[in-house]
Design a protein around this ligand. Structure first.
Ligand code: NDP
Ligand SMILES: O=C1O[C@H](COP(=O)(O)O)[C@@H](O)[C@H](O)[C@H]1O
Length: 487
């Protein structure tokens, strides 16, 4: 891990949940590994009236909560906290920007990380420009979701684009920084085994599940205006779908991978109002039991007894191209489900001819299960003969690769990798404007139909696998969600 260039990372929203839980711990860990050279600075900016000492104290406490204890050493901690400055600023207002100017060191790469509401992305960019803080080497990082529909995404992209060139804009989707998601590309394209089978001739369907056991926690204010479709599916799940479905790029570089992902998004079959009724399911968690403890329902958590925000969404999508014609992609994600588990299941077609008519036991379809988190790995489900002298007895078995065991080291957090890519100026793992807007264009008819028909999400008890309608969605096609139980 070679050091990056000296940099100044300004975190707009430096006291927020994302900053303290993810961004500052990621920067601390990169510092610990020697990737932040001397002179690199980190500036927290928010409205809270803190001074730099107060901010350092706050971040010291947050690092103790969010960095594993064995990785918190006194030397790195002192060096890291010394790098921190704090500027109290109203991002929407016009004052105080000179205070920011004063803490930006010359001769370092300026990274403006916008960890705040997307409605502030345009105003912040304009303030930065008006106060002469943007240099040709500066970069801006935009957190997802960018906007809440296609029009607002375009407006934000236009506003930011008036100040920053597209090459300076890094639209982050942290799922692309997860080791297991990057490994999906390597699994597909650095092996010859899978690619010949990776098409509608051999694949029956694909499932992408991102299941969270956590609820909305402290983010209810944001989440209640967003919901699972905007928060997770429009970005993370569609990006994962792109990596599963895309054609092999000629080389992995900043544009080719994104070009191929864009083609997948453009090939998604648009949803008619009728499709939205048939192929989308929404749910909202009620009270229930998670990990043996009672938890409140969503409406109580966000203190909105009438909320219709979906905390669960399932969608049946299709990619209309030669490779994937007729192969459904079932996507689902939700909060307060029974377990935290994200995985891709590629289910192959049944064997074309039953060779073992008198065998006991049944064949199961081959499945490739790519576990994104936790317990990252790949598992190939096959059918084998159970050992024994009698007749043939068929048994499902699995070939299982667990990354931590195989490589004897835990994966770094996605933000660690992505933040260093920003400083290096490598946008390969970031979403390009056209990708984000094409994803919104596909999602928009779903949002509009739900609005028009007054869709009320089905209630599901916290700690379960979501609303039963999601089971019906896939069972109607004669298929079933893979719940990790058959092998
Ligand atoms: N939290 C997460 O896990 C994830 C969050 N995101 C995205 O990151 C962004 C931030 O999320 P999150 O950290 O959860 O949000 P929070 O509400 O926890 O934090 C928002 C931050 O912005 C500051 N802020 C808000 N308005 C202003 C303003 N007008 N002027 C100055 N500071 C302001 C707040 O500080 P103060 O109120 O003191 O001004 C706070 O530091 C959102 O777009 C979210 O969608 C994306 C992925 C995951
Ligand atoms: O972007 C988001 O992602 C998290 C889930 O991320 P993970 O890395 O823990 O899987 C989700 O909880 C949050 O609502 C969403 O904004």
């Amino acid at each position: 891990m070679s050091p990056v260039a000296p940099c100044t990372v300004v975190v707009f929203g430096g006291t927020g949940d994302l900053a303290v839980r993810k961004l500052l711990p990621a920067l601390y860990l990169r510092d610990r590994d020697g990737q932040l050279p001397p002179g690199s600075r980190i500036v927290g900016a928010a409205r809270a009236g803190l001074d730099t000492d107060g901010y350092r104290d706050k971040i010291r406490g947050e690092l103790a909560r969010f960095v594993p204890a064995p990785l918190l050493d006194a030397g790195t901690l002192t060096r890291f906290l010394d790098r921190l400055d704090y500027v109290s600023l109203d991002f929407a207002g016009g004052d105080d920007w000179s205070a920011l100017h004063d803490v930006l060191t010359p001769d370092s790469v300026r990274v403006f990380y916008l960890a705040c509401a997307p409605s502030l992305f345009g105003p912040i960019s304009h303030h930065l420009a008006r106060h002469g803080l943007v240099e040709p080497t500066s970069r801006v990082v935009l957190e997802k979701p960018i906007g809440r529909d296609l029009a607002s995404a375009r407006a934000i992209n236009d506003a930011v684009g008036e100040v920053f060139d597209e090459s300076q804009i890094f639209r982050i989707d942290h799922y692309l920084g997860k080791e297991s998601v990057q490994n999906l590309l390597v699994t597909r394209f650095a092996n010859t085994l899978l690619e010949p089978l990776w098409n509608s001739t051999w694949i029956d369907h694909v499932q992408i599940t991102v299941s969270e056991s956590l609820g909305v926690g402290t983010r209810g204010g944001y989440y209640d205006t967003s919901g699972a479709l905007r928060d997770m599916l429009q970005n993370h799940l569609l990006q994962v779908l792109c990596l599963v479905a895309m054609e092999p790029p000629t080389i992995v570089d900043r544009e080719t991978v994104r070009d191929e992902k864009l083609k997948v998004l453009q090939a998604l079959r648009p949803m008619t109002a009728d499709d939205v009724e048939r192929f989308t399911v929404t749910g909202q968690y009620g009270p229930g039991l998670v990990d043996g403890g009672a938890v409140p329902g969503y409406r109580d958590e966000v203190e909105n007894p009438d909320s219709r925000t979906e905390t669960f969404v399932a969608v049946r999508a299709e990619v209309r191209n030669w490779r994937w014609a007729g192969v459904p992609f079932y996507l689902r994600t939700g909060k307060r489900l029974e377990k935290r588990s994200s995985e891709i299941v590629v289910q192959f077609k049944d064997v074309p001819h039953p060779m073992f008519p008198r065998a006991e036991g049944a064949t199961e379809p081959n499945r490739l299960v790519i576990r994104l988190q936790p317990d990252e790995g790949i598992c190939l489900h096959m059918t084998a003969k159970e050992p024994g002298p009698g007749g043939i007895r068929l048994r499902p078995v699995s070939l299982d690769l667990n990354y931590v065991d195989a490589f004897d080291r835990p994966s770094p957090d996605a933000y660690e990798r992505l933040l260093m890519d920003v400083v290096r100026g490598d946008p390969t793992l970031f979403m390009r404007r056209d990708e984000v807007e094409t994803a919104w264009a596909w999602v928009e008819p779903i949002l509009q139909t739900w609005d028009r028909t007054g869709r009320v999400p089905r209630r599901y008890p916290a700690g379960t696998s979501g609303p039963t309608d999601a089971t019906t969605l896939i069972e109607r096609d004669g298929r079933a969600w893979y719940e990790g139980t058959s092998v």
